[in-house]
Structure formats: C-alpha cells, structure tokens
Design a protein around this ligand. Structure first.
Ligand SMILES: Cc1ncc(COP(=O)(O)O)c(C=O)c1O
Length: 313
C-alpha cells in the first residue's frame, strides 16, 4: 500500500494500491471483471481506435467479457459534453465509466466527471495508458478515479508492461493471474528510470513544438496549455484533408509520427459521433520521447512546416 503525497486540496486518496500487469488492457480487463458483476452497462468515450496489428486496447476487453456498453460524445478537442453525459448517467443504466486522458493530456475536467459519477453511483476508471509521467505526486491524473490503469511500454523503453491502480479503499484490488503479471525486468526498468527527468524532458519538448508550430498555416495545435501534466505526444490537427499525405511525406524523411486514432472501431456510429470522425481524419501526433534532443525536435518542426507548405500549393 502506498500513500500519494498531494496538495491537500487535490488529495483524493491516501489508500492507493498498485498491481503490475503485462499491459494496460490486461489491467482494464481485470478491473472490469471485478466490478461488472451486474448486468449494467459500461460508458465508453466515442473515440476508440483499432489497428490490425494491435486490436483495440480499450474495446477488446469489453468484447471478450461480453459486456453491454454505450458511448458518450466528445467534441473536436476530445472534451466531454457534460450535459449529455449527465443525461446518460441519469438513466441508471451504467455501473462503470471510462475516462481516457488522450495523449496524457487532461481534455475534460476530471474532478467534475468524478463528482457526476459519485452523484449517480458510477465507478470511474481513468485510462492513463498515455500518461507518460506515470504516478506524479504533483498532479492528480490517475488519482481521481476509483481505478486507473497505465501502459509502461508507452513511456519506457520496455516491450510490455501495465499498471493497475485502485484509489478507493472500499473497492478490491483485482487479483492478477501469474500469466498476466508484469515481467520483473520491466518493474526494475521503472524503478531505475529517473521519472522526474522523463517528465521534465517531455514537457520541455512540448513547449519547443508549441513555440515553433503555433500559428503555422494549415495546422492547429490541439492543446496550447497542458497545465502540469506529462504529455505522451504532441497532437496537431492538419487541415485540408492533408493529414495522410503529410504523414507519408514525413515518413519518407525518417520523421516518425502517429495518427491516434486514424481508424475508429466500427461500433462508433459516424452519423452520431461526427466530431470523433473529424478528429480521427485530421490528427497527427508528433513524438515527445525523452530520448529525443532539441535538434531532433527542431528537425521535426522544420520538416512538418516544409512538407505542409509543399502539399498546400
Ligand atoms: C488509450 C489507450 N488505452 C489502453 C491501451 C492499451 O495499452 P496496452 O498496449 O498497454 O495494452 C491503448 C493502446 O493500445 C490506448 O491507446
């Protein structure tokens, strides 16, 4: 059992318990199996991706546990519409809500979401798979929910690894079968990594991208302010239907980007969740990895600007 040291106004739990798993999706599946014993639904965000190679980290556990679900809508900044969320909650159909901190950034007011969940007796689970700083005692992402889960291999140079966090002393920490436990080598990598340095380097890279890309024609920086969190990537919206072309032109220059999520699960109806599809078609995420240096960030910015200029003529 660990105690999370936080500013008292932010403190949500002094009873945080952790378990280490082989992936974030395993942790998510174990939480669902533990708490979804009633036939009530799971509330999911209407922005969930899938790839042929990796499947869907969020949706696969829902399908394999055969759980009933519904989506809540997000706008083009992937922020919750609180009024429609509350209407859904009022229906009494839901046992669990998943809140995803996409790119490790807090899109919605997590505290407000937690209050709504408490009002309607819904268990809040925070998806911190992209929260690169893992547990940071200065911020509360991952500390509001009854549960949270993390993906170690998305932040550290390890092939697998996840972490499950239970903040609510009245709820159980799910047991992890040995086949689903984290490799000891991954836990030691976590223990021996200077996470403070990881956090400060990623934040520095974010600011460097922001300075060079803010106001550039043909793109919009999705989040100009990220408060005190550790981002996983730097998301941009590429205008004029040029995202795909830009992605491949950058690839030819050895600039590795991703588009999270360029393909959404087909269960999300494009007519109902048009904003989600608009983000999916135009998003491009630039890397913030702690091993990159300033020169490489500058090269990526120059390449983005140059290639976008060429594509726009
Ligand atoms: C938001 C989100 N949650 C969860 C996962 C699952 O992570 P993992 O690969 O560690 O199972 C992913 C990635 O697939 C993700 O993007």
């Amino acid at each position: 059992m660990i105690s999370v040291q936080t500013n008292p106004s932010k403190q949500v739990s002094n009873n945080t318990r952790l378990a280490f798993t082989n992936s974030a999706r395993t942790a998510w599946g174990r939480i669902l199996a533990e708490v979804c014993r009633t036939n009530k639904n799971v509330l999911l965000p209407a922005y969930i991706g899938i790839t042929d190679r990796e499947g869907s980290g969020i949706f696969d556990p829902i399908e394999s546990l055969d759980l009933a679900y519904d989506f809540y809508s997000l706008n083009q900044r992937l922020e919750i519409d609180y009024c429609s969320l509350e209407l859904q909650m009022k229906s009494g159909k839901f046992r669990v809500m998943l809140l995803v901190h996409y790119f490790g950034i807090e899109q919605s007011n997590t505290k407000r979401v937690k209050q709504l969940c408490d009002t309607y007796s819904i268990i809040l689970i925070e998806d911190c798979a992209h929260v690169a700083g893992l547990i940071d005692t200065n911020v509360t992402l991952g500390g509001y929910g009854d549960y949270a889960f993390y993906s170690l291999h998305k932040s550290l140079a390890v092939p697998t690894g996840g972490m499950l966090r239970c903040n609510n002393s009245e709820l159980p920490l799910p047991a992890i079968p040995s086949a689903e436990m984290c490799e000891p080598v991954v836990v030691s990598e976590l223990l021996f990594t200077d996470m403070e340095k990881v956090r400060s380097t990623r934040k520095k890279h974010y600011q460097r991208y922001l300075e060079q890309l803010k106001g550039v024609e043909g793109l919009t920086v999705m989040y100009e302010q990220i408060e005190n969190i550790t981002p996983h990537s730097f998301p941009l919206v590429i205008h004029g239907g040029l995202r795909e072309k830009l992605y491949f032109s950058l690839f030819d220059l050895n600039v590795p980007t991703i588009a999270l999520y360029y393909r959404l699960i087909s269960n999300i109806d494009p007519d109902v969740y048009a904003d989600s599809y608009s983000v999916s078609r135009s998003i491009l995420n630039l890397p913030l990895h702690q091993d990159l240096d300033d020169e490489q960030i500058d090269y990526i910015c120059t390449s983005v600007k140059q290639k976008l200029r060429e594509l726009r003529v």
